[in-house]
Design a protein around this ligand. Structure first.
Ligand code: C2E
Ligand code: MG
Ligand code: MG
Ligand code: MG
Length: 283
């Protein structure tokens, strides 16, 4: 990511350690306040079936609009929330809100009965002793069936096998699905992957970006899709921006994708119109 200025002169990416620490401290304080106000909101990005462009799920993505600091991206504030011990609280808020929202869509929109909520979970949340009970609590409270929830976990989180595997196994026993986010960018060995309790591999968008119609460009995406197939997992492609990428993914055997080609993350109010439009347009 390139250097850019925040709305009040704060540089988001600075080489100076002191500036970095000052910025982090400011953001930590602001984050504590944000939790008690209305600055954090969840936006939803559809995951669509490539054949029909119909949405099968939404990924919940957190947004933070600070009155003075402006819009702060999750890539900046999630690590800060983790360091400040706030990630469990924030993560549960996103989970509760998105499960409730998806359950409303499932009951209100007839086409969306099979619809899933996909929610990002930080490695630290898996270490929280109450995590399992908290997830079950949200499902009970919102009425979303367990098998309609997908938890997205990065490869690096799963590498900590002793902690992650038992938690993921218990979640899956309840019917909750587990997706490996940003697959291919982490540290996990392929050997480990064959033993992990997961259901979905999400192909990182850096590999989707390489799809340029050549076999070299397709190499990694194809390898991930084949691996997924052999292990009996599903694949979802992230960051699909062009029709060429979508067609290539389809040819390689990936059936579900998300990306700006189909829709950017949007507020809940806009998704209803998106779902209605995709019903009219798709075959
Ligand atoms: P992620 O989970 O891999 O989410 C996908 C990211 O790719 C999102 O960025 C999304 O807006 C972006 N994206 C989707 N389609 C395209 C595309 O076609 N082109 C490009 N260039 N980008 C696309 P976002 O929303 O900025 O989130 C960044 C990361 O922050 C997420 O990556 C996730 O790791 C983290 N994050 C966001 N919300 C949460 C949350 O509630 N909890 C946790 N723990 N992490 C979150
Ligand atoms: Mg994700
Ligand atoms: Mg991802
Ligand atoms: Mg990613």
């Amino acid at each position: 990511e390139s250097k850019r200025s925040g709305s009040h002169g704060w540089r988001l990416h600075d080489d100076s350690m002191t500036d970095r620490r000052t910025r982090d401290a400011t953001v930590t304080d602001a984050l504590l306040q944000a939790l008690d106000t209305d600055q954090l909101r969840v936006v939803y990005q559809p995951l669509v079936v490539l054949d029909t462009h119909r949405p099968v799920a939404v990924e919940a993505l957190l947004r933070w609009q600070h009155p003075q600091l402006g819009s702060i991206p999750p890539t900046e504030f999630i690590p800060i929330a983790e360091n400040a011990g706030l990630i469990h609280r924030i993560g549960m808020t996103v989970l509760r809100e998105s499960c409730a929202q998806v359950q409303r869509w499932r009951t209100e929109i007839p086409d969306l009965r099979q619809f899933h909520a996909s929610v990002n979970v930080s490695a630290l949340q898996l270490r929280e002793p109450t995590f399992l009970a908290d997830v079950e609590g949200v499902l009970a409270e919102t009425g979303l069936p367990a098998d309609r929830l997908v938890l997205e976990i990065t490869e690096s989180a799963i590498v900590d096998e002793d902690v992650a595997v038992p938690v993921l196994e218990e979640l899956r026993a309840k019917g909750v699905k587990v997706a490996v986010d940003d697959f291919g960018t982490g540290y996990s060995s392929l050997h480990k992957l064959t033993r992990l309790p997961v259901d979905v591999l999400k192909i990182d968008r850096s590999f989707v970006a390489e799809l340029d119609g050549t076999s070299r460009g397709a190499a990694v995406a194809e390898a991930v899709i084949r691996l997924s197939q052999v292990l009996g997992l599903r694949t979802v492609a992230e960051g699909v921006e062009t029709a060429v990428q979508a067609t290539e993914l389809q040819m390689l055997g990936c059936s579900v994708a998300q990306g700006y080609l189909f829709a950017k993350p949007m507020p809940a109010e806009e998704f209803t119109a998106f779902a209605a439009a995709s019903r009219v347009v798709s075959p």
